[in-house]
Design a protein around this ligand. Structure first.
Ligand SMILES: CC(C)(COP(=O)(O)OP(=O)(O)OC[C@H]1O[C@@H](n2cnc3c(N)ncnc32)[C@H](O)[C@@H]1OP(=O)(O)O)[C@@H](O)C(=O)NCCC(=O)NCCS
Length: 201
């Protein structure tokens, strides 16, 4: 299940960020709960400003009232009338290898085109460093097609990268994207519980 990040997610977020792979590939150096809360607040601001829409990826099953944090997906660089936006994602180390990122990304792409297609969104871009093969597999599984090699841009991007794209013709994305179950979140109004959640296939 996807829903906007909440302050209550901060402890699990910080725990996930201690993983070296996540620090390396997702550049998320969060050390303590205060860092986590600041990061969650920055995600809330993205919803308010309308240029970044990020979601916590949570286990579908409740453990009491608690849902375990599995990962993160985000729609970035969004602007009204702009035909393209970027996607980003990570999966907590304990949840890798279960197809969490591809399913969450598929739900995000479906939500993005159905929410912003009327404002001109037609293309999602996925960038990863050349040696991040797990990320390349996520792109392949979600039918983002390989577009081109991007040259390194140190220090942020020390190695060449891949650009993958997913296009939408106004009716369906090239590469099948099943309609996400669940009601799309209202952009600009983050939910404060499971309301506004987006389902994963
Ligand atoms: C890339 C990443 C998001 C994949 O997420 P995921 O939910 O594990 O996705 P999948 O289960 O589909 O696995 C994708 C690939 O990861 C690799 N993988 C599988 N199990 C794994 C495990 N336990 N640990 C690490 N990688 C694993 C495999 O290459 C797999 O491809 P395959 O299914 O063809 O074997 C995750 O590895 C991650 O968060 N990495 C660190 C952050 C990152 O790289 N973000 C993307 C930046 S562009």
């Amino acid at each position: 299940m996807l829903r906007p990040w909440l302050p209550a997610d901060a402890p699990a977020l910080v725990e996930a960020c201690q993983d070296p792979a996540l620090r390396r590939w997702a550049s998320l150096p969060l050390s303590d709960e205060a860092d986590g809360l600041r990061w969650v607040e920055s995600q809330r601001q993205g919803w308010t400003s309308g240029d970044r829409f990020s979601f916590a990826v949570l286990e579908a099953q409740h453990l009491g009232t608690h849902r375990q944090l599995l990962g993160h997906v985000a729609l970035k660089a969004v602007a009204r009338g702009k035909p393209s936006a970027e996607v980003g994602y990570w999966t907590a180390a304990h949840a890798r290898g279960r197809g969490v990122a591809p399913r969450a990304l598929q739900a995000l792409a479906d939500w993005a085109f159905h929410t912003f297609g009327a404002h001109g969104l037609r293309r999602l871009e996925l960038l990863h460093q050349l040696d991040n093969q797990a990320s390349c597999r996520v792109a392949e599984k979600t039918r983002f097609s390989f577009d081109r090699v991007l040259p390194a841009a140190p220090p942020a991007f020390p190695l060449d990268g891949h650009l993958h794209v997913l296009c939408w013709d106004g009716a369906r994305a090239r590469g099948v994207l099943p309609r996400a179950s669940g009601r799309p979140a209202d952009p600009g109004r983050p939910a404060h519980d499971d309301a506004g959640a987006v389902g994963m296939a």
